[in-house]
Design a protein around this ligand. Structure first.
Ligand code: SF4
Length: 484
């Protein structure tokens, strides 16, 4: 198993005072080799730590003794979150967006992970088809929740067919095991019209009530289709089909409420836009438990725009998105590179140039009426059609350099152009180009600002991890996730 490599040492931290350096390989921590940053965090939470370190240019490991308070961060960042191999997915879903990417993009985009640790760390969805008895023991013993599970259908035959993997028929047994052990789990159904909508969706929502009533929440989202899909059975929803999904979910919210005392199921924002139906009130999202997955973002954004930050900030923003030692690189990279400092939003009155807010077609539908009603008349949305991906892709998180360049070239000079950071990963668009290659200067605005963000299916690769979290040890083995 490769040893984690140090990529950053915090100034004046216990690690720095003990002499640990960038580039060091951490061979063992108190005699144990951590498999991932979860174990790393547990091993480094102690007061006294012997670190076996292999330094560049030397094959021999040396021992470094670190003295610190119990629970005090060691002060290192390491090169990856999983030190043994990331468990890759053995499914072949026709709706998988990774198969719908053009060739030649950066390698990390093609990583199909199905690893419960990345579900815990970053909120990635897992199908549990590669989950094992040992994994279940670890999740339950270490209380590794919440986890995020792709359900898609509770009918075993339908699920196996959707995942194109016979294990899809049986892997939800782990869902039951984990729920019975009290692990918090959020589910997702990606709806493909003609495959798992209509009667199959009804059956799935009924199956959840029958078999998995302890599920914390269930998100129902539409498939995303790019022009690179070559799956004959995958197609966009018609407006009527989208409206039918809205009605089904609304009915089941009532059924769940009357039987379980809570709504349990929530619908992806795209559905309301596709169906032309107004969004339900903010209160009906119950604190936005699946905000990161594109559920309730519009309503939370509207609230924030109206000045109700209390409501909008009820959102859950990931779980291990930032923790001492855990980088997102390879799984979920920070959106902006170090050279791109987020700027003030359009309330910055020191600059009175007109403002154009760049956004995708979905974001435009939501933002345009809000900005039209805004007292400042010179703020407008700049709608960017996603010709790069085509298909149904209208979210701001998948905007690309070529599309932005085409639209910006036709916009006047001398205006301010705001760009949501959701479409960047380490300062680059998904196509690999950078904001400074655009024909107009743009200002990158953060996730608390103006973005209506990513496609849930692609979330693992692009999104901002949102507000950083810190893991705080409350007692040995008990951790609390806390917003910084
Ligand atoms: S959608 Fe998820 S589970 Fe299906 S093939 Fe893609 S990565 Fe695997």
């Amino acid at each position: 198993m490769p040893a984690p490599r140090v990529t950053a040492v915090a100034e004046a931290s216990p690690a720095a005072l003990a002499g640990l350096l960038v580039g060091d390989e951490l061979v063992s921590l108190n005699g144990q080799q951590p498999r991932d940053v979860i174990e790393y965090q547990q091993l480094t939470d102690v007061g006294q730590l012997d670190v076996m370190v292999r330094r560049a240019g030397s094959d021999l490991a040396r021992r470094v003794r670190v003295r610190k308070e119990e629970g005090q961060p060691l002060g290192l960042e390491v090169s990856t979150a999983v030190f043994d191999r990331v468990r890759t997915c053995d499914n072949h879903c026709a709706f998988c967006f990774i198969y719908q990417l053009p060739k030649g993009m950066r390698r990390s985009l093609y990583l199909k992970d199905d690893d419960y640790r990345l579900s815990f760390l970053y909120g990635n969805f897992t199908t549990l088809t590669r989950f094992t008895e040992l994994d279940a023991e670890r999740v339950i013993d270490e209380r590794l929740g919440p986890l995020f599970v792709s359900i898609h259908a509770t009918d075993p035959a339908v699920r196996a067919a959707m995942l194109r993997n016979p294990k899809g028929a049986t892997s939800l047994r782990w869902l039951r095991v984990l729920l019975e052990a009290g692990i918090e789990i959020h589910g997702q159904v990606v709806v493909c019209p003609g495959v798992n909508d209509a009667a199959v969706l009804e059956d799935t929502l009924c199956g959840v009530l029958d078999e998995y009533p302890a599920l914390a929440t269930l998100g129902v989202v539409p498939l995303g289709l790019s022009r690179f899909s070559n799956e004959p059975d995958m197609r966009p929803h018609t407006r009527a089909e989208a409206a039918a999904v809205c009605a089904t979910v609304a009915d089941w919210q009532e059924i769940y409420r009357s039987t379980l005392g809570r709504r349990l199921v929530y619908l992806g924002d795209e559905y309301y836009l596709m169906a032309g139906i107004d969004f339900p009130p903010a209160a009906s999202y119950d604190g936005y438990p699946q905000h990161e997955n594109g559920i309730g973002m519009v309503q939370a954004f509207r609230d924030a725009f109206a000045g109700d930050h209390e409501s909008a900030h009820g959102v859950r923003s990931g779980f291990f998105a930032w923790v001492d030692g855990a980088p997102a690189e390879g799984y979920r990279a920070p959106t902006t590179g170090p050279e791109l400092a987020p700027l003030d939003g359009p309330d910055d009155r020191s600059d009175d140039r007109p403002i154009g807010v760049l956004t995708g077609t979905f974001g435009h539908e939501v933002l345009a009426p809000l900005l039209a009603a805004h007292p400042r008349a010179d703020v407008r949305t700049v709608r960017v059609e996603n010709e790069f991906f085509g298909g149904t892709i209208g979210v701001a998180g998948l905007l690309t350099g070529p599309d932005l360049a085409r639209v910006l070239a036709a916009e006047p000079e001398g205006h301010r152009y705001l760009l949501p950071d959701a479409c960047l990963s380490q300062g680059r668009f998904i196509d690999g180009s950078a904001p400074d290659e655009l024909p107009r200067a743009v200002e990158i605005v953060g996730s608390d600002g103006w973005s209506l963000r990513c496609a849930p299916k692609m979330r693992r690769h692009f999104t901002n991890p949102n507000a950083p979290l810190a893991m705080v040890q409350m007692a040995p083995g008990t951790f609390l996730w806390e917003k910084r």
